[in-house]
Design a binder for this molecule. Structure first.
Ligand SMILES: [Mg+2]
Length: 205
C-alpha cells in the first residue's frame, strides 16, 4: 500500500495472543495475507525499476525490512514458551538458530539481485547485534545494513524506526518498500510503499 494509506485498524487486545497467533499462522487466511503483501512488494520494486529505466527516478532503491516475524520466524520459541517474557526471548535470540519466513527471504534475495540495497531495521537492541548477525549468516541472508534500537532506548517502535529510515535516506537511498509485521513498523512515512505481514502472536506499539 502507498505509505499515506498506512492506517492501523482499531486493535482489539483479545484478538492477539500466543496461541491465537500461532494457530492463525497455520490458516489459509494467514497465507493469503502474506502472499498479497509479498506480491505487492515485488510489484512496487518492479515499478521502481521501470521508472528508473525510463529515467524518471534518480538514485538507488532500497528495501527496508523488519526482522522478527517479518524475516525471522520465532514460532519455535513461542510454541515452547507460551507466556512471553523478555529474558526467555533474548535467550532464544542468543541461540541464533531461528528459521526464516521463506516468502520474505525469497523476496529480499530477488530484490538484492535486482539492485536494491537491503536494510534491516529492528527493535532488537544493539547488545544483540552479534547474535542477530550470527542468525542471519547461519541462514545465508545477504544484506547491506542492520540498524538497531539504541541500548537504553525504551521508546515505542515508531519513534525508534522512523529516525533509522531517515538514516537510510541520508545515505542516498530511496526506500521503495518498507515491510513489517506490525503497523508500528510502517507508520511515520519514509517509504514509497509499505507492506504489512500478518501477526497475531503479539502486538508492538
Ligand atoms: Mg516484527
Amino acid at each position: 500500500m502507498p505509505a499515506n494509506d498506512v492506517k492501523p485498524p482499531p486493535l482489539v487486545e483479545k484478538d492477539f495472543g500466543n496461541r491465537i497467533g500461532l494457530d492463525f499462522s497455520k490458516t489459509s487466511e494467514y497465507k493469503k495475507e502474506t502472499k498479497k503483501a509479498i506480491d505487492d512488494a515485488y510489484a512496487a520494486c518492479k515499478q521502481f525499476l521501470k521508472n528508473k529505466q525510463a529515467g524518471n527516478v534518480k538514485g538507488f532503491g532500497a528495501v527496508v525490512s523488519d526482522l522478527d516475524e517479518t524475516l525471522i520466524d520465532n514460532r519455535p520459541h513461542f510454541e515452547a514458551t507460551p507466556k512471553f517474557n523478555w529474558p526467555a526471548f533474548e535467550a532464544w535470540i542468543k541461540k541464533a538458530d531461528a528459521p526464516l519466513l521463506p516468502k520474505t527471504a525469497e523476496f529480499l534475495t530477488w530484490a538484492r539481485k535486482n539492485g536494491f540495497a537491503i536494510f534491516f531495521i529492528t527493535g532488537r537492541r544493539e547488545g544483540l547485534r552479534a547474535d542477530t548477525i550470527a542468525n542471519l549468516v547461519k541462514r545465508q541472508v545477504a544484506y547491506d545494513g542492520l540498524l538497531m534500537r539504541k541500548e537504553g532506548d525504551r521508546g515505542g517502535a515508531e519513534s525508534v524506526k522512523v529516525p533509522l529510515r531517515q538514516e537510510v535516506e541520508k545515505m542516498g537511498f530511496t526506500i521503495v518498500v518498507n515491510i513489517g509485521d506490525q503497523w508500528s513498523d510502517l507508520s511515520g512515512g519514509h517509504a514509497i510503499d509499505c507492506e504489512k505481514l500478518p501477526n497475531k502472536i503479539y502486538l508492538v506499539e
